[in-house]
Design a protein around this ligand. Structure first.
Ligand code: RIB
Ligand code: CA
Length: 301
């Protein structure tokens, strides 16, 4: 049976790759996509989600979420993803706005989780503002969440600051609420996303796979300006490949504290713990990851 998931996202080029991989997987059932402000503002992240789902010929429901963090001022990553969030790429067809719920993302998250026959896996690949609000407004939803698979944080290092990863740094107060929720979390942080980079050669193979491959390749051509030909780090893709190929990844169990104020704001303090709720990804089979990245698109044509 397919695993029911909800993706909370701030597309964003690596989000686009992750969402496409999820929609193409025969192991995952994407029940809902909720958008959040992050890489770019909520108007662009929501439009990108609608345009992508339309382009892929799917009818996955989408709900627009929160634009700004709980406390801090918004920070974007438009220098990485372009002002639109998808580099220079232009979806040809007008997005099907009928996909968009009239309800706010937090309400749709509540409705989809509370009524789910099978506990939902939450895939969080942007700032955690929507998820934090869900837990504050509807704490009962925690009972029907199997686990949260998130891209965020790091044992060491950062990309928004020397000690903080963007998704956590963008809204550390929301991240603290989520990590303190005691729900099982698979944390796919920079430690593993930086390990599982793909190459320009891998992307060239994807480009050969029809219009979807061409779309992915054009977006990554913009995105790789921040990276390099030999190490294109598609951070968010890690969460989906963990769900479809868990054996590629190694984790360690921990408790994670999020620093919310001061110079280290957004830092994730990873304390090893035999009864921690967080499974932090520490290693992966890089060759196999790169091959699975290519296969996502090969199998779709
Ligand atoms: O640090 C990488 C994360 O921040 C990814 O989710 C990327 O899309 C940005 O949101
Ligand atoms: Ca993202």
């Amino acid at each position: 049976m397919k695993r029911p998931i909800i993706i909370d996202t701030d597309p964003g080029i690596d989000d686009i790759v992750a969402i496409t991989a999820a929609l193409f997987s025969d192991k995952l059932d994407v029940k809902l996509i909720t958008t959040v402000g992050g890489n770019v503002g909520i108007t662009h992240t929501t439009r990108n989600a609608v345009d992508l789902v339309t382009f892929l010929g799917r009818n996955t429901p989408i709900a627009k979420g929160v634009d700004e963090p709980l406390v801090n001022k918004p920070k974007t990553a438009s220098q990485v993803h372009g002002s639109s969030g998808v580099g220079t790429y232009q979806f040809e067809a007008e997005g099907n706005t009928a996909l968009l719920s009239k309800e706010h993302a937090v309400i749709e998250l509540r409705n989809n989780i509370i009524d789910a026959a099978v506990p939902i896996t939450l895939v969080a690949i942007g700032p955690l503002t929507n998820i934090a609000l869900l837990f504050k407004m509807f704490p009962e939803t925690k009972e029907n969440i199997k686990e949260i698979v998130l891209m965020g944080g790091a044992i060491e290092g950062g990309n928004a600051t020397p000690v903080a990863e963007f998704n956590i740094f963008a809204d550390p107060h929301a991240a603290k609420i989520v990590f303190d929720s005691a729900i099982k979390i698979f944390m796919c942080g920079l430690d593993v996303t930086r390990l599982t980079s793909v190459t320009a050669g891998d992307v060239a193979k994807v480009k050969e796979q029809g219009t979807v491959g061409e779309m992915i390749a054009e977006m990554l051509a913009y995105y790789k300006q921040t990276y390099s030909d030999d190490a294109i780090t598609i951070h968010d893709l890690c969460t989906i490949l963990y769900l479809t190929h868990p054996d590629l990844f190694q984790t360690k169990r921990a408790k994670v504290n999020v620093v919310t104020e001061g110079e280290a704001a957004g830092h994730t303090v990873v304390n090893d713990s035999d009864d921690g709720n967080v499974f932090v990804c520490v290693d992966a089979d890089v060759e196999a990851f790169r091959e699975e990245f290519i296969q996502v698109f090969v199998e779709t044509i």
